[in-house]
Write a protein that binds this ligand. Structure first.
Ligand SMILES: NC(=O)c1ccc[n+]([C@@H]2O[C@H](COP(=O)([O-])OP(=O)(O)OC[C@H]3O[C@@H](n4cnc5c(N)ncnc54)[C@H](O)[C@@H]3O)[C@@H](O)[C@H]2O)c1
Length: 475
């Protein structure tokens, strides 16, 4: 079944009755936003707490294929109706739901979001927006056609330091940027074999619903649910999709990038099942007002990332030769593995380095001020920081995740209620996600440069085009 048939079938009978979001019609007189949450374990629980912390939110529906996770969320919102199948929830409660939050594994983002959007529901969807490029494009198109409020779950987009870094880059603090390095030593890859046999499905889990539109596969304990699906091509998007989408968000936003022209991924040969455990992905983008003639973006992931280079040397850091950096690089150079503040001569565990004509800007991930380096020394940019903070009303840095966290969600709720706009709507999120997904596709052809024709939505290399979309299973 293709995507269109799936969506048509899913919304049959539910469409047509909700041409305008119900709260805008005044059906909900107390002006509360009635939210439905699909996936309420782990990040879904964080999403639920953050959305529900808005005083104008009424959580009316909860859905999860894991009855244990559902029951925890239900105890917090006993008045909400509970479901294991989002299709049933949307069909039965269509007129009682104003907005939908999708916090499932990546392969279910688009099927659930598209169904909700087709029913005119605003959607907050976790990152990366989708599993396939075709789905991102479809979600962007539908959101625009219907004028829906949307937001992707890249909450750090709304944090002080990221907004600050964007403004500093755009103010020209390091001149035009020609290269960005970004890295995460996390390993959401799997180099092992495809597991054999089958394990009993835990009583609380509906495995068929978890698989959703993806192809049928026997359940194996510890391989998929929860969380480990990220490492596998049928469900997740590897470390690039998981962390790259956060860490690349600021360079992407600050430099006003669109989709890249070429993508080259260095990694092991594909096994068709798990993402490689170590990847270096090089993108080349056309020029924008904030870049040199072109922009090179290099992503490094897996243990030992990043591969060291002159661009990543910090003042006071000992020069060390990069030999087997991708395998054992924690010993190769100083990387702070403490998620806290890295020492001045240590690269933060995760982050991005902008390289421009007037110096470099290091942006740790996350909740740390950007640092400028020029001629091998740190440069005091406190005056520039104070200036852009004041000009753009950024306020003070809040280094408390629990206080910063809800901002991005409240922005979505407010926008749904007609106040303000979101900063990571699907128009933006789809292009960022497309860029990220092109890198994961290039990982199927290690060392080969793929050429992307954004207008046609195709690679020049025909063999790569089949990975841009996938069939939906009827379930
Ligand atoms: N923004 C962030 O900082 C951040 C952090 C972690 C995860 N995420 C994103 O959140 C999403 C979920 O990640 P996770 O770590 O919570 O995964 P997880 O596997 O730990 O939890 C997923 C939850 O969704 C439920 N679920 C799975 N399929 C479902 C379906 N078809 N219908 C309803 N519920 C379903 C699971 O039972 C589970 O409760 C992913 O897209 C991930 O990339 C974002």
């Amino acid at each position: 079944m293709n995507k269109r048939e799936f969506i048509k079938k899913s919304v049959a009978g539910a469409l047509g009755i909700m041409l305008v979001p119900s709260f805008l019609k005044g059906a909900n007189s107390n002006a509360k936003l009635r939210t439905a949450h699909i996936g309420v374990g782990n990040m879904g629980m964080e999403d639920l707490k953050a959305v529900a912390s808005h005083s104008a939110v009424d959580v009316v529906a909860l859905c999860d294929v894991d009855a244990k996770n559902l029951s925890v969320a239900h105890k917090m919102h006993p008045g909400a109706r509970i479901f294991s199948d989002y299709r049933t929830m949307l069909k039965e409660m269509g007129n009682e739901i104003d907005a939908v939050i999708v916090s499932t594994p990546d392969h279910t983002h688009a099927p659930a979001s598209l169904m909700a959007m087709n029913m005119n529901k605003p959607v907050y969807c976790q990152k990366p927006l989708t599993h396939y490029v075709s789905e991102s494009r479809e979600m962007k198109k539908l959101a625009a056609e219907k004028g829906l409020v949307t937001q992707m779950g890249i909450q750090v987009h709304s944090f002080y330091d990221y907004k600050l870094a964007t403004l500093l880059i755009q103010s020209g603090i390091i001149g035009k940027v020609h290269t960005v390095h970004a890295w995460s030593p996390k390993n959401w890859g799997y180099d092992g074999p495809l597991p054999e046999g089958e394990d009993p499905v835990p009583e609380q889990l509906d495995w068929n619903l978890w698989l959703g539109t993806s192809k049928k596969r026997p359940y194996k304990k510890g391989m998929y649910h929860p969380g480990n699906w990220r490492k596998l091509m049928d469900y997740g998007c590897g470390t690039l999709g998981d962390m790259g989408v956060h860490i690349f968000d600021t360079p992407y936003n600050a430099l006003e990038l669109d989709v890249p022209r070429t993508i080259t991924t260095q990694c092991r040969p594909t096994n068709g099942f798990g993402f490689p455990e170590h990847n270096i992905v090089t993108y080349e983008f056309p020029a924008t007002p904030y870049t040199a003639k072109s922009l090179k973006w290099i992503w490094y992931d897996g243990k030992g990332a990043p591969k060291m280079s002159e661009d990543l040397m910090l003042p006071g850091m000992e020069a060390k030769k990069d030999t087997k950096a991708q395998k054992d690089a924690n010993a190769e150079h100083k990387v702070s593995l403490d998620a806290g503040i890295a020492a001045e001569n240590e690269l933060p565990e995760q982050g991005a380095m902008f390289v421009g004509e007037k110096g470099r800007l290091l942006l740790p991930h996350f909740m740390q001020l950007p640092r400028k380096i020029s001629n091998g020394k740190y440069v005091d940019i406190s005056k520039e920081i104070a200036k852009v903070s004041k000009e753009h009303n950024l306020g003070e840095p809040i280094r408390n995740y629990n206080l910063e966290g809800p901002k991005h969600y409240h922005q979505f709720v407010d926008a749904c209620l007609g106040k303000g706009t979101t900063t990571a709507p699907f128009d933006y999120a789809a292009r960022l996600t497309e860029t990220i997904l092109l890198g994961t596709i290039a990982g199927r052809f290690p060392g080969e440069t793929l050429h992307w024709d954004a207008e046609a939505g195709k690679f020049k290399e025909e063999k790569a085009n089949k990975y841009l979309s996938g069939d939906y299973r009827e379930f």
